[in-house]
Design a protein around this ligand. Structure first.
Ligand code: SF4
Length: 211
């Protein structure tokens, strides 16, 4: 995995863009709560749309207490047009209430506790661990799942299986880098449709590559 991450980094650097992933940008603010809410908002939504919606929301409600006390219609207005914004508005208010009341406004660091929160599955919980706390984890989103299968690193049908298989073949010290590199590589080069295979260094090993 180390070699793959290094090759990805070279290809990403060659694109000469400093743009990080949405969560990479949010991480700079050092707020696990914003990472948690932004990841929930990001489901089925483009990064740019999520990032703008998250910033509008957090400009208005800066912490779990403020978001817990917000009115759902006001939250809806701020996060629209993220996908499923109506249900997400209700659920992120509930998440904020739980974090405020049960965890003294601090996002829990334990996977089991994170998974008990509304709309939080393994990908979101792992994103909180990596981008919120810099703890080793492998969040598997559509990019990580697609590229891992294209490269033949795994042969899996669902992201949960991909996570398990990637953990087996990746030294724990590299887990924290997998999501950021795979997502950026997936956005810039190995796109879902019409990947830029001609500029890719994985042509020889990729199962998906066709001349
Ligand atoms: S060769 Fe094409 S499909 Fe394979 S990893 Fe590279 S960009 Fe993706």
């Amino acid at each position: 995995m180390k070699k793959i991450l290094l090759e990805m980094k070279k290809m990403i650097d060659a694109k000469q863009t400093n743009k990080l992933t949405m969560l990479g940008e949010v991480e700079k603010e050092g707020s696990p709560f914003k990472i948690l809410i932004s990841t929930i908002l990001s489901s089925r939504t483009k990064d740019d749309t999520t990032y703008k919606a998250s910033n509008r929301l957090f400009n208005e409600y800066k912490n779990p207490k403020e978001l817990a006390q917000a009115k759902v219609p006001d939250i809806k207005k701020l996060i629209k047009p993220v996908a499923f914004y109506k249900i997400k508005a209700k659920k992120i208010k509930q998440v904020a209430e739980i974090i405020y009341k049960e965890y003294d406004s601090k996002v829990p660091k334990e996977m089991e506790q994170l998974l008990e929160l509304p709309l939080v599955g393994r990908k979101t919980a792992n994103c909180v661990l990596v981008y919120g706390f810099r703890e080793p984890a492998i969040p598997v989103d559509v990019h990580v799942h697609r590229i891992s299968n294209r490269l033949g690193l795994v042969e899996t049908g669902i992201p949960e299986e991909t996570e398990i298989e990637l953990e087996k073949i990746t030294s724990k010290k590299y887990w924290i880098h997998v999501n950021e590199y795979f997502v950026r590589f997936g956005q810039l080069i190995c796109k879902p449709i019409n990947p830029s295979c001609q500029e890719c260094k994985f042509q020889d090993t990729c199962k998906y590559f066709t001349k």
